[in-house]
Write a protein that binds this ligand. Structure first.
Ligand SMILES: Cc1ncc(COP(=O)(O)O)c(C=O)c1O
Length: 377
């Protein structure tokens, strides 16, 4: 049996009748950049996330940059963020000229550990980025308390967490501003690059709107520095249609995660992901860990499992094999192996299993049987 990591073709075929005319409509109107399809989508997306304002952007990476830029973050500032995230979280800070400062993740949520943040704060610290990694919201209440105590901005990176909830409130409006990604493989994916920013502050919204379009609010009058971070019309049309299906797809992801959890109860060598009591996880990724107390061969065991599954037709992923503090591009920041043991453990033992709404029971059973077989050998 072949089990892909994700299958975008099944999803497209299920909504082709809605998507194709929506794309054609953009072409017929030559509304290629921003336009009605994007503004309609922004309105729906903001409503869905219980937040006042939304702007469609050219990518999630650009959205990360816009969020920190709009808050005035600049050269010399330090921005605290988890070591366990995708590199684009850090680009938000570096593109503003600021220094990323990494913090270890929590052993159960895999998100930034609030208990480790205060030790990383200096006179230069200006903001904390809460990443809702794998689709599980970070623990926002303690982060908010720390941000308040030290007078810091708090922002969210929800690239992997569309419509996820923290204490029954949706991500996107839980901080000063938030970024999303619509990279095709995301829970809500465009037909190309795309992202969004959300905020409840009208001033931040106004500034981000200017940044998105060359620092102008009137054509050819540039009151601030800016960039071209606009969303394309076709992406707005596709995302607007897909948003109408997102709740149903998210429930299927959650149901698949519960089925996986049940199957893994029988396998001691697998640590399934934990949905924290405060969270509604949307399972962009379903990351298991190989249960190994032996630091020297834990990575080897995980790598062998990945290879074995691949041989059985099961595609898996690593998120992420090299934590940010150990990336070559950040060698000047002088972090070393051992600085963030929880993140390093996850990098060595974590394995992302196939996860998409249409995953069948047959596929789920096959995956768990093969994992069982691997650990019996
Ligand atoms: C946590 C996180 N932040 C930011 C991004 C960047 O998004 P994009 O690929 O749309 O630029 C991603 C995308 O993978 C991500 O996972």
């Amino acid at each position: 049996m072949q089990v892909p990591f994700l299958d975008l073709k099944i999803q497209y075929n299920s909504i082709k009748k809605e998507i194709d005319p929506a794309i054609q409509n953009v072409i017929d109107n030559s509304a290629f950049i921003l336009g009605k399809s994007v503004s309609d989508f922004e309105e729906k997306f903001a409503k869905e996330h219980q937040v006042k304002y939304c702007l469609g952007t050219s990518s999630g990476t650009d959205a990360n940059h816009m969020v920190l830029w709009s808050l005035g973050i600049k050269t010399g500032d330090e921005v605290i963020m988890p070591a366990n995230t995708f590199i684009a979280t850090a680009w938000g800070a570096t593109l503003c000229g600021a220094k990323p400062v990494f913090v270890d993740c929590h052993p159960e949520s895999y998100n930034i550990d609030p208990a480790k943040i205060e030790a990383a704060i200096t006179k230069r610290t200006i903001a904390i980025v809460a990443v809702h990694l794998y689709g599980q919201p970070a623990d926002m209440d303690p982060l908010r308390e720390i941000a308040k105590k030290y007078d810091l901005f708090l922002v969210e990176d929800a690239a992997q967490a569309h419509i996820a909830e923290y204490k029954r409130k949706r991500v996107g409006g839980l901080s000063d501003a938030c970024s999303f990604s619509f990279y095709p493989g995301k829970n809500l994916g465009a037909f190309g690059e795309g992202g969004a920013v959300t905020t409840n502050s009208v001033d931040t919204y106004d500034y981000m709107k200017k940044i998105r379009e060359h620092g102008q609010s009137q054509k050819y009058y540039h009151s601030t520095m800016g960039h071209n971070y606009r969303m394309e019309g076709i992406q707005g049309a596709v995302l607007g249609i897909k948003l109408g299906h997102l709740s149903k797809w998210t429930e299927s992801r959650r149901s698949n995660a519960q089925k996986y959890n049940k199957l893994f109860k029988e396998i001691d060598s697998v640590i399934p992901p934990r949905e924290m009591p405060y969270a509604k996880h949307v399972y962009h990724l379903y990351v298991i860990r190989v249960n190994s107390s032996d630091k020297n061969n834990r990575k080897e065991t995980r790598d062998h499992l990945q290879k074995f599954l691949n041989e059985q037709g099961i595609s898996t992923g690593l998120h992420y094999p090299v934590p940010l503090h150990l990336q070559e591009c950040f060698k000047d920041l002088c972090y070393k192996y051992g600085d963030f043991p929880v993140t390093e453990n996850l990098a060595d033992t974590g394995l992302s299993l196939p996860m998409f709404p249409e995953l069948s029971d047959e596929q789920l059973n096959y995956i768990s049987e093969k994992i069982k077989e691997f650990f019996k050998r």
